[in-house]
Design a protein around this ligand. Structure first.
Ligand code: SF4
Length: 587
């Protein structure tokens, strides 16, 4: 972007097996100075579709974005669905690397397609709400392009800014690689959108077609049959697959029952009104509005976030009074961050907060925790949905200090308001599982190379959901091995293009696991060691963070988790530092 040029490069041999998170990590590790300012010319913004994106492997269309994070100061990868990964996979692009920074007030977009990579001036795209932006880009470009980019928050270089993606129908910009402030990195390059068009391109060809196809079928069968990831209904017509019927927000009531649902700014593990914003509540609302408004109703569950996702955990939440789409998707993390953690239990208020985040280009987890800091600091009352909506709307006003703050993350706002209980690790807000009630996820939050991040090592699968039998009591404190294993496997899955939710089925079904491995090996035409691949990714990330100045003293939860008891079980986080340090002891 410094000289406004583009060039194509062949994939270097050393990156031959890398894609998705593994490739964004390798490029950032190899090419970005760890101590550089994340919002200046030395940082790079890297986009990489997962290895299998664009192929018919089920649920394999995830897109990774990476760079040095302005929120954590460390390496960052975030991934999402949407249309872009499949588009890039078909074009045959393994990665896009955006480097440099223009000396200009203009705004640009990048357009890629078959043998095409252009930087175009798009000042008219800047400053728009993202619902309007995707509609405009949809009019400007044929063939329903993949679109990712940054919104108002990223264009103002604010730390809660995520990378949005358009949904399959191009009606909602809600497919977010939200975490780590990477929207601000893209904004620092003066780029609003990356538009991809795979018209005229072919489906990528596996090197070993038979192995790939057999693997794909075995994985699809495992996903379809598992009660978490499986089909919508059983043989009797009753709801079957948990994700398809209730989305990730099926977790709301489960985690609440476990006493681990962070409530009122991490002051309790249980919220009396959690059910009102749960996946079951969304399911009922969709059924009700579909019945009432018939063909005009737009609510949905069982909605895929990218072409070819068979688990389809996404949803479209309708307005109750019209049946029209309000927001898509409402995930568990968002319903928690913008709902129960703020003691807001009106589903339409929560949907509206989520819609505003999608429109402004904000990570919902960071935005929700930031609103909690405004509540802790006495600027809004807990439970006041309309006041939270009003505060978030301030972000549209470039001259509003509150508008800037509300997009700047929980750490900045908590410190600004004199709050001593700020739930962050390495500057990034905690997600929707209180680590005092579920210790393994606390070890992941503490040690993840990404700052507090549940997806980087989702021990909840073993600790709460009992996948592969209940292998780990959430109250135990010896969790280093569990967290490390989940972190390594996740790094592999995040590189393959598969959605991490396939883990529910493949951990329970060996045929499904082997099928998944066969698709990757069949595509590459070589055998990959799953655990070693993941560990290699983690090692690069850890090395980058060490060179950026992190030590194991940064692998700790905030003090209040150790000293304040969490009702209803009245527990503290008492995993000792020696156990936490075991996760990365040899890296
Ligand atoms: S399971 Fe859900 S999050 Fe994962 S790829 Fe499918 S729709 Fe997207």
């Amino acid at each position: 972007m410094s000289d406004m040029s583009t060039k194509w490069e062949d994939l270097p041999k050393k990156y031959e097996t890398l894609a998705g998170r593994a490739l964004t990590t390798a490029i950032v590790h190899d090419e970005v100075e760890p101590t550089c300012h994340p919002l200046r010319e030395k940082n790079k913004f890297v986009i990489s579709p997962g290895l299998l994106a664009g192929t018919p492997a089920p649920s394999s269309g995830r897109l990774s974005v990476g760079g040095k994070s302005p929120l954590t100061g460390g390496i960052k990868e975030a991934n999402a669905g949407g249309l872009t990964a499949t588009r890039l996979g078909k074009i045959g692009i393994r990665a896009i690397v955006i480097e440099g920074m223009p000396d200009t007030d203009d705004w640009y977009s990048i357009v890629v397609g078959k043998e095409k990579a252009e930087i175009v001036k798009t000042n008219d795209y800047a400053g728009m709400g993202l619902y309007d932006l995707i509609e405009k880009i949809g009019e400007d470009y044929d063939h329903r392009p993949g679109i990712i980019g940054c919104g108002i928050a990223g264009q103002r270089l604010l730390k809660s800014a995520g990378i949005f993606g358009n949904n399959i129908e191009n009606t909602d910009p809600g497919r977010y690689a939200g975490r780590g402030g990477l929207g601000a990195v893209l904004g620092s390059k003066r780029i609003v959108a990356i538009i991809s068009d795979d018209h005229g391109c072919d489906t990528p060809k596996p090197k070993d077609e038979d192995k790939f196809t057999e693997g794909r079928k075995a994985l699809a069968k495992a996903l379809n049959n598992h009660p978490v990831t499986g089909r919508l209904e059983d043989e009797e017509g009753n709801p079957y697959g948990g994700l398809k019927n209730y989305g990730t927000n099926i977790l709301m009531n489960i985690i609440n029952e476990a006493g681990g649902l962070p409530t009122r700014g991490f002051k309790s593990g249980r919220f009396d009104h959690a059910a009102k914003v749960s996946g079951e509540a969304v399911h009922e609302l969709v059924d009700k509005t579909n019945k009432k408004f018939g063909d005009k109703a737009e609510g949905k569950y069982g909605h895929p976030c990218h072409p070819g996702c068979v688990m389809a955990c996404s949803n479209i939440v309708p307005y109750e009074d019209t049946g029209k789409a309000h927001v898509s998707p409402l995930e568990y993390e968002s319903a928690w961050a913008l709902g129960t953690n703020l003691e807001i239990s009106d589903l339409q208020d929560v949907a509206e907060l989520n819609r505003l985040c999608n429109d402004l280009g904000l990570d919902t987890i960071e935005a929700g925790n930031t609103l909690a800091m405004l509540m802790e600091g006495g600027m809004i009352d807990y439970g006041d949905g309309p006041a939270a909506i009003k505060a978030l709307k301030q972000a549209y006003d470039a001259s509003s200090p509150l508008g800037r703050l509300v997009c700047s993350g929980a750490k900045v706002v908590g410190e600004t308001l004199g709050v001593s209980r700020i739930p962050v690790v390495k500057g990034q807000s905690l997600p929707a599982y209180d680590p005092r009630a579920i210790r393994g996820i606390g070890v992941t939050y503490a040690t993840s190379t990404m700052g507090a991040d549940h997806t980087s090592g989702y021990t909840i699968a073993a600790e709460i959901l009992g996948v592969k039998g209940k292998v780990s009591d959430p109250r135990e404190i010896e969790k280093a091995e569990l967290s490390r294993n989940f972190q390594a496997t996740t790094a592999y899955i995040d590189s393959s293009g598969y959605c991490v939710f396939i883990a529910f089925a493949i951990l329970d079904d060996d045929d499904g696991f082997n099928g998944m491995v066969d698709t990757v090996n069949g595509f590459l035409g070589k055998e990959i060691d799953v655990a070693q691949y993941g560990l290699d990714v983690l090692e690069m990330e850890r090395n980058f963070n060490k060179a950026a100045g992190f030590t194991n003293k940064d692998d700790r939860l905030p003090e209040f988790f150790h000293t304040e008891q969490l009702p209803p079980h009245n527990v503290t986080f008492d995993v000792p530092p020696e156990e936490i340090d075991k996760v990365y002891e040899d890296m």
